[in-house]
Design a binder for this molecule. Structure first.
Ligand code: NA7
Length: 552
């Protein structure tokens, strides 16, 4: 690796204080745990903070009925680089792991390596300030604890700030209500009348589970989703024999697939294929279940309206074949481009609308007007009396979580305020004005929304670990990405986004789900391999960073 020449800044280093620890990691979910373990392996000292009482991150908080992963379990775990024993002997019981099983996995990952002793739980971070003279970060928690570190690594996940819509009357409601990311475990829905507001990936998992035991389920829908069949099943010894024989191949494929999934390449541009071949491609993906239809069908799915329409028509046909009431099927049929927002994976969602106890409420025709003591009232005066309201209304993605952290950079500006003016980062990893800060998985403009979580966490995690270890070994006390490098990457991100069908759709991907939030695609959509290539080039001497050496 070639290396740029750090400048010797003796004036700054003569009185540089020794920080409490080399690195502070914010968050103990999949990304935080990965970073803590791998940084410790490299000999750096690490301290982590998490608002939760245990490890798990998003899987700690999202305990709603039916919660499970939408990625295949074969790629929803750490690779052998993290721990060869864990990689070799962990056995998920289903194709898509459930939330409790995922929690057990991450708890084991933490326990096997004694990582909990490095983590302070029940400690929401309320500020992180960069000291320009000392080149270190001071992190403070809600209960007044504080610690200093040379480097700060937010590992807070892109979806940690729940979005609770401001619907009048909620404080008068006499029943029980929760946002789905803040609800108790094992909530019993038996015999209850349940309102589920929202129909994204979360609600799509809840509705069929609720429909099994609830007396009545009202699904309040504003815009239809493009749900893909999950085809979940238990994994047996034969499945594992097959998986074990192809582990390396599976991980290798995640590096070349657009979404970091272990899928074959797309069949080509839709226009290059005959209608029969188009159909075959979509039928195969539908039969396989999961996300291949999004990441391994047509290569121009996200850039060509015509190609996208072929997929949309196919989905519409499938919905109309499953849902018996064709009026309901019409309402469930999406009109926005396929994969212009997150396609939920469904496990009986469309079937649930064939049950007498499930009713779709079309909020386009009749918006919710208010909540009363008994339930909800829509604009046409219809009342929906319920015992339980579940707000499956999503998150203030990426930037929302940063606002709670109050990260103040070298020039005193709060990071979320900088982003409110114009969202810009370098590779979703670094930000000019915020030296020694590296974001893993949660950085806006990284490719998190279109990439398998564990693929990206490990790719970005490895990049950051290697970078911090190198900075540490070189006694570099300050690494700050240049304004020019940040502007260049942001321009690339924006131009790639503009070539796709994504920005025209309202969802958390574009920030349009939160009133008043600056809009724009929050995640790089040029594909995981292209992104990984940019990162690899960036690590060759870190030319995009101004580096200042200390005297230690
Ligand atoms: P999403 O995907 O953001 O879905 C939120 C849903 O809530 C979506 O259907 C919204 O409708 C709906 N919503 C939001 N606000 C309202 C109000 N005020 N009234 C009615 N409906 C509303 O969040 P999820 O938790 O389902 O999934 C998040 C991610 O987790 C998912 O993408 C996966 O990556 C895992 P809209 O579409 O805006 O009309």
């Amino acid at each position: 690796m070639s290396q740029s020449s750090p400048t010797q800044d003796n004036a700054a280093t003569e009185h540089t204080a020794t920080p409490d620890t080399d690195v502070i990691v914010l968050g103990a979910g999949f990304s935080g745990i990965y970073l803590i373990k791998r940084l410790l392996d490299k000999g750096l000292t690490v301290r982590a903070f998490d608002a939760a009482s245990d490890v798990g991150g998003t899987w700690f908080w999202n305990r709603y009925p039916g919660a499970r992963c939408d990625s295949d379990s074969s790629v929803y775990l750490y690779s052998p680089k993290f721990d060869p024993d864990l990689a070799a002997d962990w056995r998920w019981s289903e194709r898509y792991p459930s939330q409790p099983e995922i929690l057990s996995y991450i708890q084991r990952a933490a326990d096997d390596h004694g990582l909990r002793e490095h983590i302070t739980f029940n400690a929401p971070v309320t500020s992180a300030e960069f000291d320009n003279d000392q080149n270190l970060w001071t992190v403070t928690t809600a209960d007044g604890q504080s610690a200093t570190a040379r480097f700060l690594v937010p590992a807070i996940g892109p979806l940690n700030k729940p979005n609770l819509p401001d619907i009048p009357g909620l404080d008068e409601y006499a029943g029980e209500w929760y946002h789905t990311a803040r609800m108790p475990e094992n909530l019993d829905l038996t015999g209850r009348r349940v309102a589920v507001i929202g129909n994204g990936a979360t609600a799509v998992q809840i509705v069929p589970v609720a429909a099994r035991s609830a007396e009545q389920v009202y699904q309040f829908q504003r815009s239809a989703s493009h749900c893909l069949p999950g085809r979940n099943h238990e994994l047996d010894e034969d499945d594992y024999a097959e998986l074990d024989a192809h582990r390396e191949e599976i991980w290798a494929k995640t590096r070349t697939n657009l979404g970091g999934f272990p899928y074959a390449d797309p069949a080509g541009e839709a226009a290059e294929l005959t209608p029969e071949r188009q159909r075959e491609v979509l039928e195969e993906a539908w039969a396989k279940g999961g996300l291949p239809m999004a990441f391994a069908s047509f290569s121009d799915l996200l850039t060509s309206r015509e190609s996208n329409q072929v997929a949309l028509d196919f989905i519409s046909e499938k919905i109309h074949a499953i849902v018996r009431d064709q009026r309901v099927a019409d309402l469930l049929t999406p009109t926005t481009p396929f994969v212009s927002k997150r396609p939920p994976i469904e496990h009986g969602y469309y079937d649930a609308f064939n049950q007498d106890n499930v009713e779709l409420v079309d909020l386009r025709a009749t918006p919710i007007e208010r909540i009363t003591a008994d339930g909800l009232v829509t604009a046409d005066g219809t009342t929906y009396d319920v015992d339980l309201i579940l707000f499956a209304t999503g998150f203030d993605a990426f930037t929302g979580g940063f606002a709670d952290l109050n990260i103040r950079g070298a020039n005193g500006q709060l990071l979320h305020e900088k982003w409110a003016e114009h969202l810009s980062t370098y590779l979703g990893l670094s930000v000019n004005g915020y030296p020694n800060l590296f974001m893993v998985y949660c950085g806006p403009q990284g490719p998190a929304i279109l990439t398998n979580g564990l693929t990206l966490i490990q790719q970005q995690g490895d990049w950051i670990v290697d970078c911090l270890a190198w900075l540490h070994d070189q006694h570099i006390e300050r690494a700050e990405v240049t304004e020019a490098a940040e502007a260049e990457f942001t321009e690339l991100h924006e131009s790639v986004a503009a070539q796709t069908l994504i920005p025209s759709t309202q969802s958390w991907w574009t920030g349009t789900n939160i009133p008043g939030k600056a809009t724009g695609l929050l995640s790089f959509c040029g594909g995981f391999p292209a992104y990984a290539g940019l990162c690899e080039a960036a690590a060759d001497g870190y030319p995009a960073y101004e580096l200042t050496t200390g005297t230690a």
